[in-house]
Design a protein around this ligand. Sequence first.
Ligand code: ADP
Length: 273
Amino acid sequence: KKSLNPLKKINQEIYSYAAIKQQEIEELKRMAAYRREFLADVSHELKTPIFAAQGFVYTLLDGAVKDKAVRGKFLKKAAKSLDGLEMLVNDLLTLSHIEAGEIKMHFETFNLLSLMEDVFDQFEGKADKKSIDLQFDKAYTKEIEVYADYHRIYQVMLNLISNAIKYSEDNTKVIVGFEIKSSEVEISVRDHGTGISPDHIKRIFERFYRIDKSRSKDRGGTGLGLAIVKHIVEAHGSSVTVTSSLGKGSTFSFKLPKKARQKDKAEKASQKT
Ligand code: ADP
């Protein structure tokens, strides 16, 4: 048999090298476009609270507000805008770290119920303000063990419950439930709030996407909560499911593994040696 012509072989190598480089260039272009868009979105979102705070502070400086009571009100409004700005910057940092793959997940086995106790504690005041009854779908007595990143899942639950409360009418219930399956646990957060139409469901996980811009802003929030939730849940090998009915309410759910998957175990073992 005749061996492959050496020139032909070199030619093939050059072609495959060029194809790989072309792919790398495409990926770099995509990243650059993403960064440009991200920066444009961010600048736009930062302007809102900055302009608001500036407005209140400059009005005070101009001496237009001599009345002590009005002065207090303006300062409070400026402070609220700055709080919003801080929240936005925090969420932005989290999201950009997660999207850049810079946040390492710290998987461990823990009891989901004790995590939920910590989360519920956070909401005592907020839920009370709207007389919302935040509760479990039934009494859980046994531990519910999951293998996940405690702090990230804490953040997911905080965001989902905070939305459930925000987009609910006063005097309604927000219900957290667990469906325990053979190898995973399904976690759900159900509200009896505004509900979300199918067109919007497709888009609510995009950063800064809000269904009703002015109303959502009134209720506080950064428009990044669900984008962060989506990334964290996906990093746990799951995805967020939404079922909703307009005017009746929504349910957000996702799954967590009960035990380390074989692959994780193998990785851990190889790290030890
Ligand atoms: P925001 O900070 O505006 O709440 P999110 O990313 O958490 O941002 O949510 C995006 C949008 O999805 C919200 O502005 C709201 O319009 C809608 N949304 C989220 N959760 C719910 C819910 N439980 N019920 C109704 N609408 C919701």
